[in-house]
Design a protein around this ligand. Structure first.
Ligand SMILES: Nc1nc2c(c(=O)[nH]1)N[C@H]1C(S)=C(S)[C@@H](COP(=O)(O)OP(=O)(O)OC[C@H]3O[C@@H](n4cnc5c(N)ncnc54)[C@H](O)[C@@H]3O)O[C@H]1N2
Ligand code: MOO
Ligand SMILES: [Mg+2]
Length: 409
């Protein structure tokens, strides 16, 4: 059995991220959400594009209002009104001001904005009732970003803030990495689909649906191969087909030591290189990983909790890294949390307990899912947001003590 951290580093070293040139496609602003930027973005626009006012008020020359106060108001002549979107025509001379609104261009000659709350309007004149700071409320051209500098770097996920930047930069054709194709297949003679009547001994294939969900949530494209019976040749054909179609294959079941556990043998027969056969993790020990020239194959254990735990711990960072994301976006996120229950360790495997991670008064707490923490029990897996980890050699975490927790959503 490989230690968890060794298995993780083997896996991450096997990942060849998508190529920013050959694996890119172009999407629009409204379809870019959740995608990963594939090329650096540079704008030819300064931000702000023009010197402009941050407030509704009057554009003035600072020297004209330097001694203004309620007792000694400074009176200026208003020579132009400048709403947002309008290009000012006049130059402000000594003794003059322009009426100006938020976002409107600063007129030539003016260097300061006086907010309208500090003024009194008298027809085409304005009394300035207090001295502003020099350059007050001016948003200078290029003060946020100068044309030609790097704006967005490849490998970042595109969400609302980045899409706002892309829109503002008039980038309407966005180069993103293509979606990863992730094939899913469930092995097992006992399995039926959720809409089939259950006969004695049968079980619904829940893994396929769980995995399709987590894969899609990562922005990849799940390709379902359905349920494959425990028949060597049928399974071999299905696996061969999946490897051909996908960047990553996730099968569940058939990786332990039972007579019908064929996955590893088939992977070897198909020319795969086996990198991992078992990991010292509970649940999830029989995790099997093989590589093919264009595909990475994960044989996840069949038990529903084992399948999801090994997905979260090993497959998720692999999918993220392969998708083109920068390391800070694919590295697993562990947090320190106060355990609300005793967690019992022991044995030869790193133990993953499932439950809820909640932030209480600035500190994480881990609430163990009640009921049986056994890999066949998917019922108490609902609402899992974190996995508390007990390393090998640690016999327990007492209620109230801290434990490392892997965030899973
Ligand atoms: N003698 C030993 N037996 C087992 C060992 C062992 O070391 N020695 N390891 C156990 C561990 S740990 C696990 S985990 C399982 C893994 O088994 P497989 O990956 O071979 O999976 P199966 O045997 O096919 O199924 C296990 C279990 O999961 C249910 N299952 C399978 N597929 C699905 C699915 N798509 N959706 C829902 N549930 C599924 C299946 O019915 C079985 O109950 O092996 C132990 N055995
Ligand atoms: O590894 Mo198994 O997943 O312990 O039940
Ligand atoms: Mg088995």
């Amino acid at each position: 059995m490989l230690p968890v951290d060794q298995a993780e580093s083997i896996l991450l070293n096997l990942v060849h991220p998508l190529n920013g040139e050959s694996d890119q496609e172009v999407v629009g602003l409204l379809t870019a959400s959740g995608r990963v930027l594939a090329q650096p973005l540079v704008s030819q626009l300064d931000f702000p594009h023009w010197d402009n006012s941050a407030m509704d008020g009057y554009a003035v020359r600072y020297e004209d209002v330097v001694n203004a106060s309620i007792d000694h108001p400074q009176e200026l002549e208003i020579i132009e009104e400048i709403p947002a979107g309008y290009a000012p025509q006049c130059t402000i001379q000594t003794g003059q001001a322009a009426r100006i609104f938020t976002g409107a261009c600063l007129p030539k000659g003016a260097d300061t904005i006086v907010i309208q709350e500090d003024t009194e309007r008298l027809g085409n004149r304005v009394k300035i009732l207090s001295t502003p700071e020099p350059h007050a409320f001016i948003r200078y051209q290029g003060s946020y970003y100068k044309a030609g500098e790097p704006l967005l770097i490849p490998g970042i996920p595109l969400e609302a803030p980045e899409i706002a930047v892309l829109a503002a930069a008039q980038c309407t054709h966005i180069p993103v990495y293509r979606r990863l194709r992730v094939a899913l297949l469930s092995t097992g003679d006992e399995l039926v689909t959720p809409d089939e009547p259950l006969k004695r001994g049968q079980l619904v294939d829940s893994n396929q649906y769980a995995l399709a969900t987590v894969v899609a949530n990562l922005g990849a494209e799940p390709i379902s191969f359905g349920i494959i019976p425990d028949q060597r040749e049928v399974l071999k054909n299905a696996i061969a087909h999946a490897i051909e179609k996908a960047d990553i294959v996730l099968s569940t079941g058939g990786v332990s030591v039972g007579d019908y556990d064929y996955v590893e043998e088939i992977l070897t027969e198909l020319g795969g290189t086996i990198h991992i056969q078992a990991v010292a993790i509970k649940p999830g020990k029989p995790l099997t990983v093989a590589s093919f020239p264009h595909c990475l194959y994960f044989g996840l254990p069949g038990n529903p909790v084992s399948a999801l735990v090994t997905f979260w711990r090993f497959v998720q960072p692999v999918i993220k890294k392969k998708s083109g994301l920068l390391p800070k976006f694919w590295q697993p996120e562990f947090v320190k949390a106060r355990s609300l229950q005793n967690l019992k360790g022991g044995g030869k495997r790193e133990i993953y307990f499932w439950g809820q991670l909640q932030l209480v008064k600035g500190e994480y707490e881990f609430q163990l899912a009640p009921g049986s923490q056994i890999s066949g029990n998917l019922i108490n897996l609902a609402q899992t947001t974190g996995l508390a980890v007990l390393p090998i050699g640690q016999s327990e975490v007492k209620a109230g003590d801290f434990v490392q927790v892997l965030k899973v959503r």
